[in-house]
Design a protein around this ligand. Structure first.
Ligand code: GLN
Length: 450
């Protein structure tokens, strides 16, 4: 049914980069065989899923939305891919994304722009915009994404679905094509909080293949989503995430969500996190710095594209030609910014300062969580913007990440759940919890999701 739905609507939605009907049906038959052989499969066995094209898959191409990886076949599965295969989920295909997960709209994909199913002229968010569009358009019941600076929560918010960024290290980065390694976090998309929790549980947990994987047990997220009860819970409204720049309809839906929490017995207080407003500039130094280092591996020798290798050029020339042709403008901008921020003489002024800001944001979170159990804010300042509106204005594009980025810099758990419409477009409520407090955001999210 989902393959048929993809065939019927994806020409307009553009959620997928790769779909292979026969390969999907073969996987489904294999799950049937495993079940018939008496194998104990998990609660999601047989359920189809779409993977962001940043997760390696041995049986499908993996491009990370970049021309530089066109035609590359990974020799191994990401841990997330492998665990979900083991749990019996069936892969429908790979979804579109901003190149190397850099962007908030999928307009930076080297292949296509995905469309928001609520209004095809608008963006579905990014960078995981193919994954959010696929779930919102009923092409897939579940999908995966990665959240480095909001790339699960922002697309979930603007397409009216649930998107969760687990605690950093709670889900494995092994086999996830790296953007900014101290931030990259795989997480689930679904149409309701319980489905997201089931998927979260199926791929999370310690992975010896990822050196920053946490060793603690996965928080009880499914149980939390099933027992949504916020009576007596202390909820902090982040004072800094309101006012100028917030669309009126977004602020109105947010206020209603807070009132709903109060009516369910939560104790709501305003909390100040004075350094959160510096998160965006700090992120846009740290993420490019890490990207400039990570993307050095695309050297025209090891993966994908190779340009000008006709015997007349040196390895350095081939590398330069390949990187010039294989990377898009946003990726080049980030590599240049990051290389500059890390260069000697500038390191202390830019990268070093940004890391200090990161510590101040961590202290804001710690102080806040002495007073409250969770923090809430709008997920994004506006609803889905029209395709093209911010494409030539990187700073306007970066503003989509205003509220989501603090939790990335500190590794905290955070979710976006739908909280109503503004002018016919979905609005997201963000719920943030301490590191390893993933169950709390599911508990609150399940209580208030609309
Ligand atoms: N908008 C963010 C960026 O462009 C999204 C990053 C992400 O979470 N992958 O860096």
């Amino acid at each position: 049914a989902h393959l048929d739905r993809i065939a019927a609507v994806d020409g307009r939605v553009n959620a997928f980069l790769h779909v292979d009907r026969e390969a999907t049906l073969a996987q489904a038959r294999k799950v049937d065989e495993r079940r018939a052989a008496g194998e104990e499969l998990g609660p999601l066995a047989g359920v189809p899923i779409a993977h962001k094209d940043v997760f390696t898959t041995t049986d499908m191409p993996t491009t990370a939305g970049s021309k530089i990886l066109e035609g590359w076949r990974p020799p191994y599965d990401a841990t997330v891919t492998a665990r979900l295969r083991q749990a019996g989920l069936v892969i429908l295909g790979k979804t579109n994304m901003d190149e190397f997960a850099m962007g908030s709209s999928t307009e930076n994909s080297a292949y296509k722009t995905s469309h928001n199913p609520w209004d095809l002229e608008r963006i579905p968010g990014g960078s995981s915009g193919g994954s959010s569009a696929a779930v919102a358009a009923y092409e897939a019941p579940l999908s995966t994404g990665t959240d480095t600076g909001g790339s699960i929560r922002q697309p979930a918010a603007v397409t009216g679905i649930v998107g969760m960024k687990p605690t950093y290290g709670g889900s494995s980065r092994y086999g996830v094509i790296a953007f900014a390694s101290s931030l990259d976090t795989p997480g689930p998309f679904a149409r309701n909080v319980l489905d997201a929790a089931l998927l979260h549980e199926a791929f999370s947990g310690h992975d010896p293949m990822d050196s920053t994987s946490v060793s603690q047990a996965v928080p009880p997220v499914v149980e939390a989503a099933r027992h949504a009860d916020v009576n007596g819970l202390r909820v902090g409204v982040v004072k800094e995430f309101a006012g100028d720049g917030y669309e009126a309809g977004v602020s109105a839906r947010f206020t209603e969500a807070v009132e709903l929490l109060e009516s369910l017995g939560a104790k709501v207080v305003e909390v100040s996190c004075p350094h959160f407003t510096y998160a965006l500039p700090a992120y846009y130094l740290i993420a490019p710095s890490e990207c400039s280092s990570n993307l050095a591996r695309f050297d025209a020798m090891r993966y994908g594209l190779r340009v000008g290798d006709d015997g007349s050029r040196s390895a350095e020339e081939v590398m330069a030609l390949t990187r010039a042709e294989g990377f898009g403008p946003e990726v080049k901008r980030r590599i240049m910014l990051g290389t500059y921020a890390l260069s000697s003489g500038y390191y202390d002024a830019y990268y070093g300062k940004a890391q200090q800001v990161r510590t101040l944001i961590k202290r804001d979170f710690e102080a806040a969580f002495e007073q409250v159990d969770v923090l809430v804010s709008p997920t994004t300042p506006t609803t889905a913007f029209p395709i093209g509106e911010r494409a030539d204005d990187p700073i306007a594009m970066y503003l989509a990440d205003l509220c989501t980025i603090p939790a990335n810099l500190t590794g905290n758990a955070a979710i976006s759940v739908p909280c109503g419409l503004s002018d016919g477009l979905p609005v997201g409520l963000q719920i943030m919890a301490p590191v390893l407090g993933d169950d709390r955001v599911y508990r609150v999210g399940a209580a208030v999701e609309r």
